[in-house]
Design a protein around this ligand. Structure first.
Ligand SMILES: Nc1ncnc2c1ncn2[C@@H]1O[C@H](COP(=O)(O)OP(=O)(O)O)[C@@H](O)[C@H]1O
Ligand SMILES: [Mg+2]
Length: 416
């Protein structure tokens, strides 16, 4: 996605339904007379110049985007690019200098204190980098905290908190205190506290940045699973590209207080918006981004189960290879028929190719990452089959294609 497309996205925003969250032309300038500054020509000059001339810090410049319900929206950028300011503005923990934030069709910038409190208690929930747990509360009370401030009965809030703790894998830890838990477990409590309130929008500000790499990866995987289960709208902040590409359904990339690109992980990878994004993605190996679905091909020949051995042998014979994938009439993968196998069947006088199929084949899904294909490729002399969750055959990936994709994509990124 390029900058032009961002503009298009902004135009479409006027069509937004009440269900989504929308940020429109949001500005935040820290310092005196920030609003006056916005009315002057200074609004268009670089952040450094604004600071030099006025002593004001431009943290957000004219930010617009829209988040659909259930989306995993990642905000990524280097430290100081404005990510935390942006999400704090979304909750109005920081007052925006200009712009609007539409939740459920309402501009929350116009909310009074009471409405804001209600929104923060019922609609949104925040998970912080440093967990933000209460040290003198045990795990259960920490998880139930958001419900306590709602005034819910002890019984009810404990029931919900227990359920949330189970979701994050902390069943049995209810009576422990945060200090006795590892960082990863503390962050699970933080997540459980948010989930317990059943918010529509879960906001996470670098929640895994303080964790060891291994724990961090594990937490990422689990968050994806939890998201599939609870289907919240998630706004997830990170400075880590891998994390952004792994988790996000859409990624907004920030620099110097501006959103310079919004796109799917593949769009970000394949069409970096500018040098800044390109530099970022160059560090990311295609192995961590490209998926099987992206590099698979249709096989030259595809056989159907009802075809007899003679027809199968003929089709294999006229193809480039000495084998072919076989599917059912519903396109489910059955296995591979080989030239030799068909010959043997014909000699035996058998009528069904099912009797001589190679069925012990490694397969992968269309979303399997390139890096996860490497260990599968050597398991079979045949191409890797890509199937969907119902076992339907989608395409094939040859061993060489896996390597080529790595090199080609790297070169494309470098030479672009
Ligand atoms: N309270 C504040 N007063 C002045 N400047 C601030 C304040 N909070 C943040 N900033 C500045 O705003 C910019 C964005 O900061 P922040 O949103 O914390 O970035 P990030 O979360 O991406 O690291 C930075 O230049 C930072 O120094
Ligand atoms: Mg931050």
């Amino acid at each position: 996605m390029n900058m032009g497309k961002i503009l298009n996205t902004q135009k479409e925003q006027t069509l937004s339904g009440p269900e989504c969250l929308e940020v429109k032309n949001l500005w935040k300038i820290f310092g005196p007379k920030a609003k006056n500054l916005l009315k002057s020509d200074l609004r268009n000059v670089p952040k450094e110049e604004i600071l030099e001339k006025t002593g004001c810090v431009l943290a957000l410049r004219d930010i617009s985007f829209r988040i659909e319900p259930g989306e995993f929206f990642v905000i990524m950028g280097l430290s100081g690019s404005g990510k935390s300011t942006l999400i704090r503005c979304i909750l109005r923990l920081i007052e925006p200098t200009a712009g609007s934030i539409i939740i459920h069709g309402d501009d929350i910038c116009k909310y009074d204190k009471e409405k804001l409190t209600h929104m923060r208690r019922y609609t949104t929930s925040m998970v912080f980098q440093h967990f933000g747990l209460l040290p003198h509360y045990n795990v259960l009370d920490n998880a139930a905290y958001g419900l306590k401030v709602r005034g819910m009965s002890k019984e009810e809030r404990y029931a919900k908190a227990e359920q949330a703790l189970e979701t994050v894998g902390l069943k049995g830890w209810e009576s422990y205190y945060p200090g006795s838990l590892s960082g990863g477990m503390q962050q699970r409590v933080g997540l459980a506290r948010s989930l317990a309130t059943d918010p529509e929008i879960l906001i996470m500000d670098e929640p895994f940045s303080g964790l060891d790499p291994l724990i961090r990866r594990q937490m990422q995987d689990e968050l994806v699973e939890i998201q599939e289960k609870v289907k919240k709208t998630i706004i997830f902040v990170t400075h880590d590209l891998y994390e952004a590409l792994k988790l996000g359904s859409h990624i907004a990339i920030m620099r110097n207080g501006e959103v310079i690109q919004i796109g799917t992980p593949e769009e970000v990878f394949t069409e970096p918006a500018d040098d800044y994004v390109r530099d970022f993605v160059q560090e990311a190996s295609p192995a961590k981004v490209l998926t099987a679905g992206k590099i698979m091909k249709e096989p030259g020949v595809l056989l159907y189960e009802w075809q007899g051995p003679k027809a199968a042998r003929h089709m294999i014979n006229v193809s480039e290879h000495d084998y072919a994938f076989v599917v059912t009439k519903h396109h489910e993968l059955l296995g591979i028929a080989t030239f030799d196998g068909m010959n043997a069947l014909i000699r035996k006088g058998s009528g069904s190719i099912r009797e001589a199929l190679v069925t012990d084949l490694p397969t992968c899904g269309p979303n399997t990452l390139l890096e996860d294909l490497f260990p599968l490729a050597p398991l079979s002399p045949y191409p890797l089959a890509v199937t969907d969750e119902k076992g339907k055959f989608l395409g094939q990936i040859r061993n060489r294609t896996i390597i080529e994709s790595m090199i080609r994509d790297r070169e494309e990124v470098v030479n672009d």
